[in-house]
Design a binder for this molecule. Structure first.
Ligand code: PLP
Length: 364
């Protein structure tokens, strides 16, 4: 039995009729970009996150890029960001010519709140947290520090739709929550898409202006903006999936629990939950091991496909060579990059598939 790292077709099949009906509805409507579906999705997703406002955008990277723009973070300003993240988080900062200041992660792969204050300088304007792999960062502590130092907080929630601490959800802690609806995300669409959440009407209005070429009134332009619009088909399909998101997250949680109970191989380090069980949405189930590449090869030979999130931290990527970092600058992050491996976890994964992954890992 071959087990892929992901099977996006399975969740499509689960809600096939609802999706197809929505596509037909949108095509029949004659309105395809920024219409009723987007408006309704924005309302429903804001409500889901417990936020006042949501603005639909074209991608997660756009959400981040526009967020720092809206917060007036500009050339030379410093933004604290976890050293171990997907590179888009860092690009959102540097697209605004601001400087990313990397902070090492904690045991839960999120920015280590106890290391934030040491990284603050007089140029620091914001903290960009990432809720990596589906687990919220230590937001109570991070918000305390941000308040004390008058820093803005941007949350990268691309991997955390519905993740929470005692019911307070991702995207609802800082000034702006940035979401991606890339197909693999827990709330993934069928193409690119993104959104922000905020409590601040002025911020929401700025995003609405910027996403549409800098226009608030049709054909009158107040700023050089972006084209970052969410289309009606994506918004409609996301509305369908949003209705099932809690069930889909719950299902991932059940798979994670099976792994946590079933994988007993002492060579494998299992992920830890920082704030109890309920709040983690297991976007990824990430294990660590000493000789990661050997384990990955062994799994492949046994028909279990895995992925590495991520093999190279942003500070060592060619894209950021100009920042002048070297191997060894962020040892905790670099060690994780050498050790992490993401196991298959997806909606409608069968009992047989889960058992097979556990068995193959325990025989390693
Ligand atoms: C943590 C994180 N931030 C940002 C992004 C960027 O989102 P997108 O691909 O929609 O631009 C992603 C996913 O790709 C991500 O995983």
């Amino acid at each position: 039995m071959k087990i892929s790292s992901n099977r996006l077709d399975r969740q499509f099949q689960t809600y096939r009729e609802e999706y197809l009906q929505k596509i037909e509805e949108v095509l029949n409507s004659g309105w395809y970009v920024l219409g009723n579906e987007v408006q309704n999705f924005e309302k429903e997703f804001a409500q889901y996150c417990g936020s006042q406002y949501c603005v639909g955008l074209a991608s997660g990277l756009d959400a981040l890029t526009l967020a720092f723009d809206v917060l007036k973070i500009k050339e030379g300003d410093e933004v604290l960001v976890p050293a171990n993240t997907y590179i888009a988080t860092v690009m959102g900062i540097t697209k605004n010519r601001a400087i990313p200041v990397f902070v090492e992660p904690d045991l839960f792969y999120n920015i280590d709140a106890s290391k934030i204050e040491a990284a603050i300088t007089e140029k620091t304007k914001a903290i960009c947290v990432v809720h990596l792999y589906g687990q919220i960062a230590n937001m109570p502590e991070i918000m305390r520090i941000a308040k004390k130092h008058h820093l803005k907080v941007v949350e990268d929630c691309a991997q955390a739709h519905g993740a929470h601490i005692n019911g307070k959800k991702a995207g609802n802690w800082g000034d702006i929550g940035c979401f991606s609806f890339y197909p693999t995300k827990n709330l993934g669409g069928f193409g690119d898409g993104g959104a922000i959440t905020t409590e601040n009407l002025e911020i929401a209005e700025e995003f609405r202006m910027l996403r549409n070429y800098g226009s608030r009134v049709t054909y009158y332009f107040e700023r050089v903006g972006y084209n970052s619009r969410l289309d009606e088909i994506q918004a409609g399909l996301l509305r369908v999936k949003l209705k099932h998101l809690d069930a889909l997250n719950e299902e991932r949680h059940r798979i994670a629990e099976r792994y946590l109970e079933g994988i007993t191989n002492p060579k494998i380090q299992l992920p830890k939950e920082a704030f109890g069980k309920a709040g983690h949405i297991y976007h990824q189930f990430v294990i660590e091991t000493e000789d990661r590449d050997a384990l990955m090869t062994y799994l492949k030979e046994h028909d279990v496909e895995t992925k590495i999130h991520y093999p190279q931290p942003p500070h060592l990527s060619k894209a950021y060579a100009e920042l002048g970092y070297h191997p060894g600058d962020f040892p905790i992050t670099e060690r994780m990059a050498d050790r992490v491996l993401s196991l298959p976890i997806y909606n409608a994964m069968t009992e047989e598939e889960i058992n097979e992954v556990i068995q193959v890992l325990n025989q390693y």
